[in-house]
Design a protein around this ligand. Structure first.
Ligand code: MN
Length: 160
């Protein structure tokens, strides 16, 4: 097992265009019946037993969105492609290329490609992490009590 790990530990993976990297699988998140997310792909850029973190690249196609979730682990996000909006806690923010977003522990969050372009971002996480929690009907009702959040969740964020 250890040999396999070392053999796979490439020291240089070239960028091969369109936000892809040599030898890195691009995994579509399979759309599920609950429509928790829409048109999101994931690439794991760095993951190694010797690292306590992982770096992933997610890309949300125009009109798509990531899962609305929360968990004990944090995210550190860098917008690498396009622009859109995100919800973090009670804040809806427009995010632009190269912006940084911190998602604190146990904070509801979602990324949406609201502005007609892909929204791609690097996301740093703990290697060992808890499973995301999904909002209950009650959680959703609490979030929707804020008009701006309701607008965001309904994918009706203004392009301004
Ligand atoms: Mn998350």
């Amino acid at each position: 097992m250890a040999e396999t790990t070392i053999r796979d530990r490439s020291i240089h993976r070239e960028a091969v265009g369109d936000y892809r990297w040599e030898g890195v699988d691009c995994l579509p998140y399979k759309d599920d019946d609950r429509a928790l997310f829409k048109t999101v792909t994931r690439q794991v850029l760095f993951s190694d037993p010797e690292l306590s973190g992982e770096l992933r690249y997610f890309e949300v196609a125009p009109g798509g969105f990531s899962t609305l979730e929360r968990h004990h682990h944090m995210h550190a996000v860098l917008i690498l492609r396009g622009r859109g909006h995100c919800l973090v806690g009670s804040e809806v923010r427009r995010v632009e290329l190269h912006d940084l977003v911190t998602v604190p522990p146990l904070t509801w969050h979602q990324f949406r490609a609201t502005l007609g372009e892909p929204l791609g971002f690097l996301c740093m996480v703990n290697a060992g992490r808890d499973k995301p929690q999904l909002p209950s009907a009650e959680d959703l009702a609490k979030l929707r009590a804020d008009r701006e959040i309701a607008t965001f969740l309904d994918n009706r964020v203004a392009a301004s």
